[in-house]
Design a binder for this molecule. Structure first.
Ligand SMILES: Cc1cc2nc3c(=O)[nH]c(=O)nc-3n(C[C@H](O)[C@H](O)[C@H](O)COP(=O)(O)OP(=O)(O)OC[C@H]3O[C@@H](n4cnc5c(N)ncnc54)[C@H](O)[C@@H]3O)c2cc1C
Ligand code: FES
Ligand code: FES
Length: 485
């Protein structure tokens, strides 16, 4: 394996090479302090407000794809092989406004202006992807952007108008696409990148095999995928995380494959990257997936990271548990496969050995006669962490419940199956009474905590009510009680 000690990327069309990159250096500090590209703002420094939104383009299977990301929690080292586009790149000849910016002006989408570059960059990403976005698509695109003074209506009006002011076909990123693709291809040398020394050290392995080797050599290293968790350890808690091993750039871990039995996801697949295949097979996950964080975090954060961090309130583990997913763990060349629910041992304790990493997630394809649902209960509808999360997979044969997998997040120290409730379902009639009986058994499965997000009583009540909601939704027009007129 060849190695180099510098990263190479393109910033607003210009080549950049950096060798003095510390493990904890963020892209935002580099842009604002080093390059004085101060159009990109810092609001929260934790991925929540979108003021720091920039586009990052990367080749995926040879195709250049740009996504909005939060520069505040994106580590600088991970820009190797990317094209970074900031708000400054949008200005046209003689300072002419970009169609997205012009639409924001025309529709009074900005007051103090602090959030505006971030909104423009998210809308720019949307404009490049959808010629005529629906209101829902606009709202989904700006979930990760916070405006405290203008209000969202003018911004949504601007988003509706932006397509009439110019075509993405003529946009600089499209005009330059072939040339940038060629330049990015020339940067793909498959080499391991080793940056800095001592307390600042970080490594970008050249392949998954190399990652396995690096983790054997550096078993105590901090592994970083999308950094939507680890980024905050640095920006909020000022933790020393070196040596760091990055994996988000490895295409082999971004693999999405469907066999005749399972959906296989490499653990480096982002929330966004997993959405299409999951929703194709499990349409009930569409709304659920779109409520994970905002677009920027969905583009960065990985399903593997969401599982690996073992958070009791992570959104994907309950879903994956209910669907009967397995994970493949790898240490060196040894692999072992676990039902995903057994990975979560206790609060902050996962079945992960030193030097081991999550390599693949296997999600069975849907079964016939099975009713699926996934619910997220949070204080805010968008861009919020769950108070309670629930996922149901209930198989009904000849009017009787043959199988049930029901998993909850936010109800215990780990994401967990509701075994007593499941037992109360299996073998019984598929009826409202059975579902109510199972809901009552939930208190045997969980003793939820009270914290600032929700009280124990609230968590239990809402979890039990979700059984009722599940029943009503699965019955549609035949339901005895309707949720809406
Ligand atoms: C603004 C914001 C909003 C958020 N909203 C949500 C939300 O709605 N729902 C939700 O569930 N979460 C949410 N999160 C949390 C975050 O997205 C998750 O924790 C995320 O899944 C972490 O994935 P990552 O790839 O970013 O992991 P990282 O931050 O890179 O890593 C997280 C942990 O997992 C480990 N790790 C990562 N990949 C592997 C691997 N392949 N093998 C072994 N260990 C690994 C790392 O070492 C680290 O300990 C939010 C975070 C932010 C900042
Ligand atoms: S500064 Fe708030 S998301 Fe980055
Ligand atoms: S215009 Fe002031 S925060 Fe949005």
């Amino acid at each position: 394996m060849t190695a180099r000690n510098a990263i190479h990327f393109i910033l607003n069309g210009k080549d950049v090479t950096l060798d003095a990159v510390a493990a904890t250096d963020t892209m935002l500090d580099f842009l604002r302090i080093d390059r004085r590209l101060t159009g990109t703002k810092e609001g929260c420094a934790e991925g929540d407000c979108g003021a720091c939104t920039v586009l990052v383009g990367r080749l995926r299977d040879g195709v250049l794809r740009y996504e909005p990301v939060n520069a505040c929690i994106r580590f600088l080292a991970t820009l190797d092989g990317c094209h970074v586009v900031t708000i400054e790149y949008l200005s046209g000849p003689e300072g002419r406004l970009h169609p997205v910016q012009q639409a924001m002006v025309d529709h009074h989408g900005s007051q103090c202006g602090f959030c505006t570059p971030g909104f423009v960059m998210s809308l720019y990403a949307l404009w490049m992807e959808k010629t005529d976005p629906s209101e829902t698509e606009i709202e989904t695109a700006i979930q990760g952007n916070l405006c405290r003074c203008t209000g969202y209506e003018p911004i949504i009006k601007a988003a509706k108008a932006m397509t009439s002011l110019g075509s993405p076909v003529d946009d600089v990123l499209n005009v330059e696409r072939q040339e940038v693709t060629k330049r990015l291809k020339s940067l793909q040398d498959g080499a391991r990148v080793e940056l800095a020394k001592g307390d600042s050290r970080s490594i970008l392995p050249g392949s998954v095999d190399d990652l396995a080797q690096v983790l054997l050599d550096e078993p105590k290293a901090t592994l970083v995928a999308g950094a939507t968790d680890v980024g905050l350890w640095v920006t909020k808690f000022l933790h020393d995380i070196s040596p760091v091993v990055f994996l988000g750039h490895l295409d082999e871990l971004r693999r999405v494959e469907v066999t005749d039995k399972v959906i296989e996801l490499g653990t480096g697949v982002s929330y966004s990257g997993s959405e299409a295949v999951l929703v194709e097979h499990y349409p009930h996950l569409k709304e659920f997936w779109d409520r994970i964080a905002g677009w920027q975090i969905r583009a960065m954060g990985t399903v593997g990271g969401n599982v690996a961090n073992g958070s009791p309130i992570g959104d994907t583990p309950p879903v994956l548990i209910a669907l009967g997913a397995e994970i493949v763990l790898r240490k060196g060349s040894d692999r072992r496969t676990l039902p995903i629910e057994t990975f979560f041992i206790d609060y902050g304790k996962q079945d992960l050995k030193e030097g081991e990493f999550l390599e693949t997630l296997r999600i069975p394809l849907p079964k016939t006669d099975t009713h699926y649902a996934a619910y997220k209960i949070s204080k805010r509808r968008d861009e919020d962490i769950s108070s309670v999360c629930a996922a149901f997979a209930v198989t009904v044969k000849n009017g009787k419940i043959a199988e049930a997998r029901i998993a909850f997040g936010g109800m215990a120290a780990t994401p967990k199956l509701a075994s007593s409730a499941e037992a109360a379902l299996i073998g019984n009639d598929w009826s409202e009474a059975t579902l109510r009986h199972a809901a009552a058994r939930l208190s045997g499965d969980f003793k939820p905590l009270t914290d600032w997000r929700a009280s124990s009583d609230y968590r239990m009540r809402v979890a039990q009510n979700l059984f009722h909601r599940f029943w009503l939704e699965q019955h549609g027009d035949d339901a005895p009680v309707r949720l809406s007129a």
